[in-house]
Design a binder for this molecule. Structure first.
Ligand SMILES: *Cc1c(COP(=O)(O)O)cnc(C)c1O
Length: 217
């Protein structure tokens, strides 16, 4: 419903939505409320561009491979006010300025879709999500509020006693040698929160939780 409201807004105002679906693979299918693609929303094919990446799905962060879906029906206003097809502009841009993803990396991306690749990707994501569940319960056990970590590998924690993001970051670093991401780095709405990642080994996550729980707040 929230995404449908954005699509509706874009359609009414002639706006373009650039939808970053980098964490699509982390959506749990037992909860069908969360769409995997913005194109599940009727009408989105006229106002939305979707970015998909292999970076988080298959641990490709350093390899650099991704793809972008630009439906033929997406148009934007041109200099004279007439509507221009974004797909044509993007094709022009890509064929002039981009030499393509290295062949070996494309073959690796292709392998992600093989039955064996799908199996490996599922196992890796399941391991990260198991970390996420442990981080969530550890944080909640400390009496702190947290959000996320269900359809995404990050857990947002409300800092205790209205402490600033950076203040809490410093406290964790100096007292436990742990790092988190201060929410303020994401913009003003992130102030008062920090983000923990589930992208670690099981052992490191265990160690981090032990140190965190030893902290008296
Ligand atoms: C990691 C990340 C990306 C990166 O995508 P690349 O294909 O590696 O450029 C994009 N969006 C979000 C929200 C991410 O966390």
């Amino acid at each position: 419903d929230a995404l449908a409201a954005w699509v509706d807004y874009a359609r009414r105002h002639g706006a373009l939505i650039i939808y970053d679906a980098a964490y699509e693979a982390f959506i749990k299918d037992t909860d069908s409320e969360v769409p995997h693609s913005i194109f599940e929303i009727p009408g989105a094919e006229e106002v939305a561009v979707e970015c998909r990446s292999f970076s988080k799905t298959a641990g490709f962060t350093g390899l650099r491979c991704a793809f972008t879906t630009i439906p033929a029906a997406v148009t934007i206003p041109g200099p004279d006010g007439s509507r221009v097809r974004l797909q044509d502009m993007w094709k022009r841009r890509q064929s002039t300025k981009y030499n393509g993803c290295p062949y070996i990396v494309q073959r690796a991306a292709e392998a992600v879709y093989s039955p064996e690749g799908q199996e490996q990707v599922r196992a890796t994501i399941a391991a990260y999500m198991a970390n996420a569940a442990r981080i969530r319960s550890g944080i909640e056990g400390m009496g702190l509020s947290c959000y996320g970590g269900i359809h995404a590998p990050y857990i947002w924690v409300k800092t205790p006693d209205g402490m600033g993001s950076w203040e809490f970051f410093d406290l964790l670093l100096s007292r436990t040698s742990l790092v988190c991401t201060p929410g303020a780095g994401f913009g003003p709405s992130g102030e008062g929160y920090v983000r923990f990642t589930a992208f670690g080994s099981e052992e490191d996550t265990t160690e981090a939780l032990e140190r965190l729980q030893g902290l008296s707040l």
